[in-house]
Design a protein. Structure first.
Length: 199
């Protein structure tokens, strides 16, 4: 198993892509922490994963709230032993924030940036001590697709802004000696920003 004895901290792990990451990593031997603002959803997924014989926990987490992230990571370290893999999957989505950028309420702008950008910083900072202690790790964020037209401008700005933040935050968390930064083109014009350390 490729990820035996590794621990993955997955934001937004209670559904969708985050759940898919969690199940795939668990199938390859990783213990997974599903960090989720919707705790019941994460608990259901964690129970399902544990039924396969893998280790999984659900932990309440609002990535926009530094204290919430710190507590979630501390809980993960206490119960699973540390963090080796950080997947920054939680995000505010386009359909929720479509609209002309100058007409989108400032409160929505701030929340979108707090989740999509500052959330990555919060998670990298919280995972940094454990990753450094364990000799390095991997920080990833999910892909971003280009959306044409002004309706998606704000959302795209927040998601493309997460590319350098993810790479820089991951570089700091993992340590420069053990990190490779990547910004790969993916299918359908999406971009994946990743900070990768050797495992």
């Amino acid at each position: 198993m490729r990820f035996k004895d590794k621990v993955a901290f997955i934001t937004g792990g209670g559904r969708g892509i985050g759940e898919t990451y969690a199940r795939a990593l668990a199938a390859e031997g990783a213990a997974v922490a599903l960090a989720e603002i919707d705790l019941p959803a994460a608990q259901a997924v964690a129970a399902s994963i544990e039924d396969t014989g893998a280790r999984a926990i659900a932990v309440a987490c609002d990535v926009a709230d530094q204290s919430s992230v710190d507590a979630a990571v501390a809980h993960t370290v206490e119960h699973l032993g540390g963090v080796d893999i950080l997947i920054n999957n939680a995000a505010k989505h386009l359909m929720e924030y479509a609209g002309k950028p100058t007409e989108l309420p400032r409160a929505k702008w701030r929340l979108m940036l707090d989740v999509n950008v500052i959330g990555i910083v919060n998670c990298a900072a919280a995972c940094r001590p454990s990753m450094r202690e364990r000799g390095g790790g991997v920080c990833l964020r999910d892909g971003v697709e280009q959306v044409d037209g002004e309706a998606g401008t704000g959302w795209c700005g927040s998601r493309h802004g997460s590319v350098p933040v993810s790479a820089g935050g991951g570089r700091d968390a993992v340590g420069p000696a053990r990190l490779q930064a990547a910004d790969h083109a993916a299918e359908r014009g999406s971009r994946r920003g990743a900070a990768r350390g050797r495992l």
